[in-house]
Design a protein around this ligand. Structure first.
Ligand code: ZN
Length: 110
């Protein structure tokens, strides 16, 4: 995948993630309001659901950050270079995840 194709893929993914993040935020607000009206058991369910969505939010934010950083590397003409060792990341690896900041060797010990 060349930098131009990667940029298009990253921008599309970023837009999608931001969309999901926005609707997740609406959903989180709803859970909080409902908690005052539900019983103890379902409140625990709601809390567990909130915990899960919190974790999903955390992962999503991490992904968004990685995509933004990859887009900056494309602008600087550094796309595809491993952040740790500077070697080129394999094409197959970038194909699977265009936002990956590390080569397979360095990703192992992150
Ligand atoms: Zn590396």
């Amino acid at each position: 995948m060349n930098a131009k194709a990667a940029q298009a893929a990253l921008l599309a993914e970023l837009e999608q993630l931001l969309d999901v993040a926005e609707s997740a935020q609406d959903a989180a607000g709803t859970v909080e309001l409902d908690q005052t009206r539900v019983g103890r058991l379902s409140r625990m369910d709601a809390m567990q659901a909130q915990q899960i969505s919190k974790e999903a939010n955390r992962r999503r934010q991490l992904k968004i950050t990685r995509i933004r950083q990859a887009l900056v590397r494309i602008e600087h003409g550094e796309y595809g270079e491993c952040l740790e060792c500077g070697e080129m990341i394999s094409a197959g690896r970038l194909e699977v995840d265009p936002s990956t900041p590390w080569c397979i060797k360095c990703a192992d010990h992150q």
